[in-house]
Ligand binder design. Structure first.
Ligand code: CA
Length: 225
């Protein structure tokens, strides 16, 4: 089991690291928020231990950015009793569990094992590509501060493209996911709807998020165009 611990109290981090290694975990430790975010984005961990008050970027922001980026590694937050945040915030912001400092090492290990067993189910969260954002819970789409109104089919298509942002997706793949499996009409319907989407998310903003890749399909730019 591979653990990332993001904790700026170096002695505490080292004590925990040694204990976890003895329990059979493989442990990476970093001491500030940006390094934690980068490590969690780059490597494949089974669980993250995130302190809240961290230099550079606090634990909540690290967690939120990971979730926005589609990284669902379970997160255990470390909160301080007298801190400015509490466990309610931790859950709101995408953490899976929390421990209040000072904590017992045995409890920490038990919580980590439970989180690893539970795994990382994907939960709906805001998707973003540059300043283009899509919230599956409220079914809303925005370009910067501007709300964009989409029909259900347009929304489904954009949701699919955003989940695969940066990748080329083919017309058949789009049809299968956004229309239903039994749809046997002309696949030009995809082209038609790509056109509708461009008129709403790109043209009014003079942007080109949706790229046509000849002979292959479409790609939504990860930068939002
Ligand atoms: Ca701290």
């Amino acid at each position: 089991m591979r653990v990332l611990m993001v904790e700026d109290e170096v002695r505490l981090a080292e004590t925990v690291r040694r204990g976890l290694v003895q329990e059979g975990f493989v442990v990476d430790v970093v001491h500030d928020g940006p390094a934690g975010l980068e490590a969690a984005e780059t490597n494949d961990y089974d669980v993250l231990i995130l302190d809240i008050m961290l230099p550079g970027l606090n634990g909540y922001d690290v967690c939120r950015r990971l979730r926005e980026g589609g990284i669902w590694t379970p997160v255990l937050m470390l909160t301080a009793k007298d801190g400015e945040y509490d466990q309610v915030d931790a859950f709101d912001l995408g953490a899976d569990d929390y421990l209040t400092k000072p904590f017992s090492f045995a409890v920490l290990v038990a919580r980590l094992r439970a989180l690893v067993r539970r795994g990382a189910p994907e939960r709906p969260t805001m998707l973003s590509a540059g300043d283009l954002t899509l919230d599956p819970r409220t079914r809303s789409v925005r370009r910067g501060e501007v709300d964009i109104s989409l029909t259900p089919r347009e929304f489904g298509l954009l949701h699919f493209l955003m989940r695969h942002r940066g990748d080329v997706v083919s017309k058949p793949e789009i049809l299968e996911s956004v229309w239903d499996l039994n749809y046997d009409g002309d696949d030009n319907v995809v082209e038609v709807y790509i056109g509708y989407l461009r008129r709403k998310i790109d043209h009014p903003f003079r942007r080109r998020a949706i790229e046509t890749v000849r002979g292959a399909g479409y790609r939504l730019a990860g930068t939002g165009g």
